[in-house]
Design a protein around this ligand. Structure first.
Ligand code: GAP
Length: 519
């Protein structure tokens, strides 16, 4: 250790992330040969492995570690009434506005929020200036509540947000437009203030079931996986003889026709969710909501990406189904943004499905000797967003002692696409044969790469760039004493171990079991 120095992430770190993801087979635009499809992406050979490993770490932490949580796999296509009952047909909308000059479309609430973020930026500047001026004696709380300029800024920001929330809640879209005009918000592209009216835009993708146009049924591609869990609530509870409290977990694709789809795989039109609905007694939701907030944060922190990169954000404006909600936010290259949501969904969904389907969705509680519609606390995380969090945080440039640079993807070893690279020093003298034999011995346990091309230093760099935690080099000494060099990705330390020890060393370091045990 100690012979490299991590370099500060460049201002263009996000651009580096996107180009590294493409260059090393992690993520590419979908159907790229036709110039791609906006906000739809494909995962390449390394991306698919990393994504599988994240999925598996989540699934095991949910289903394997909790006796009272089971996993299912529901269909993407669901009966259309599902989306009426869930409220998505009527309420899964974003308010959109077009700029008549640039012809660009925006989310009206995002334009206003960006405006407020600028005011918050000014407050932060004032605080930093005052911090410098007052030094040790600076009392931030007192300063922000008494400094006239800061008080004025805060009042302005609060008034704007409150008015926007009120207008959106009342569906007063004309006032949302008036607010944009009063604030003199201009189109970031054209600089013009020539806006259309604000309209609601439903985010669900429609499709058709059936062969002929007359008999076809209109369907939606599911915008969240949660509803597949709700409609199966009784099937799972009965067939699994589950007692409340219990959870149902699911991983699967979801689709949203996002108005503003940008920031790479942060906001996609086709993405994957990892959701868990926890069914509880009515009245116990506060307690479970707090427990799940804590449990989910612990899961995130277990990956070692740095405590300072996470924070909670409690929702003020609640979704149509929630009585409390918080996000776990992560510090992405473009700032703190939502990574996961924890929602107390009350009995909204089950009660509504009861009403629309005419089927009872109740649980008989033997301890209370009564039946009720359970309440639900949900944890919901985007797999692709989790991928971006890990990938962008892990990608680092380092300056080595000899002045050269290396790019290294410091992903947690259990998530690494390739766990070890087997590298014969030369392509002769029986070294490749030993390498192939080692691959055969290990390949049932670990995803490996065998590489005999180029100088070993270049091969190490290639593995660093895809995050391989260990490189095993076979050289002429191996022929004599059956030992190999094992090189560790992060420290670049090298040591010799015997061939027969390799499997155990890898098992100890890259096996998920050890990490799960610490949760
Ligand atoms: N069932 C609740 C639900 O769907 P949400 O806050 O709309 O709640 C949950 O979504 C998570 O899904 C988000 O925290 C985010 O990680 C992910 N997500 C949502 N929309 C996404 C999109 N367009 N692209 C990628 N991930 C998305």
């Amino acid at each position: 250790m100690g012979y490299f120095c991590p370099m500060a992430k460049s201002a263009d770190h996000f651009k580096d992330v996107i180009s590294h993801a493409k260059e090393y087979g992690f993520v590419v635009p979908s159907s790229e040969i036709y110039d791609g499809l906006s906000a739809v992406y494909d995962y390449g050979q390394n991306g698919a492995e990393l994504k599988n490993n994240i999925r598996s770490y989540w699934w095991k932490a949910m289903v394997q570690l909790n006796e009272n949580i089971v996993g299912i796999d529901a269909a993407i296509l669901m009966h259309p009434t599902t989306w009426k009952a869930s409220g998505h047909v009527d309420a899964f909308n974003d308010p959109l506005i077009d700029n008549k000059d640039s012809k660009k479309r925006y989310r009206a609430d995002v334009l206003i929020e960006d405006y407020v973020a600028k005011i918050e930026g000014k407050i932060e500047k004032e605080i930093q200036k005052a911090k410098k001026r007052f030094g040790e004696a600076f009392d931030q709380e007192q300063y922000v509540s008494t400094n006239p300029r800061v008080v004025e800024y805060r009042k302005k920001a609060e008034t704007i947000i409150k008015r926007m929330a009120r207008s959106l809640e009342k569906e007063d879209l004309a006032d949302v437009k008036t607010l944009i005009e009063e604030l003199e918000i201009a189109c970031p592209i054209s600089g013009s203030r020539n806006w259309t009216d604000v309209k609601q835009f439903n985010l669900m993708f429609g499709t058709k079931l059936g062969a002929s146009a007359e008999s076809a049924t209109d369907l939606y591609l599911r915008p969240e996986t949660a509803q597949g869990i709700f409609v199966n609530f009784l099937n799972v509870q009965k067939s699994g003889r589950l007692k409340i409290p219990f959870g149902i977990a699911q991983v699967g694709k979801a689709f949203r026709n996002e108005i503003v789809a940008r920031q790479f795989i942060f906001r996609m039109r086709e993405f994957e969710q990892m959701e868990m609905q926890f069914f509880i007694r009515p009245g116990s939701q506060k307690e479970w909501y707090e427990q799940w907030k804590e449990k989910r944060m612990k899961w995130h922190l277990s990956l070692g990406l740095g405590e300072e990169n996470y924070r909670f954000h409690d929702h003020e404006k609640l979704a149509h189904y929630a009585d409390a909600a918080a996000d776990i936010e992560f510090k992405f290259p473009f700032g703190f943004k939502e990574l996961e949501g924890i929602h107390s969904r009350t009995d909204f969904d089950l009660a509504s499905h009861e009403e629309y389907s005419g089927k009872k969705l109740q649980y008989f509680d033997p301890e209370l000797n009564e039946s009720y519609v359970p309440y639900v606390v949900e944890t919901s995380i985007g797999l692709d967003r989790m991928f971006l969090a890990i990938f962008s945080q892990a990608l680092q440039e380092e300056e080595l002692e000899n002045g050269s640079k290396r790019t290294v993807l410091r992903v947690p070893s259990i998530l690494a696409p390739v766990k070890a690279a087997i590298l014969p020093l030369v392509k002769k003298d029986g070294l490749p044969e030993i390498g192939h034999k080692l691959v055969d011995e290990l390949k049932c346990h670990f995803n490996l790469q065998y590489d005999e091309k180029d100088a070993v230093g270049r091969r190490y760099r290639r593995q660093d760039a895809i995050g391989t935690p260990y490189c095993i080099t076979i050289d002429h000494q191996t022929l004599e004493d059956q030992t190999v060099t094992i090189r560790e990705r992060d420290s670049m330390d090298q040591r010799r171990i015997s061939l027969s020890e390799v499997a155990d060393v890898l098992k100890k370091e890259v096996d998920m079991a050890g990490w799960l045990a610490r949760l």
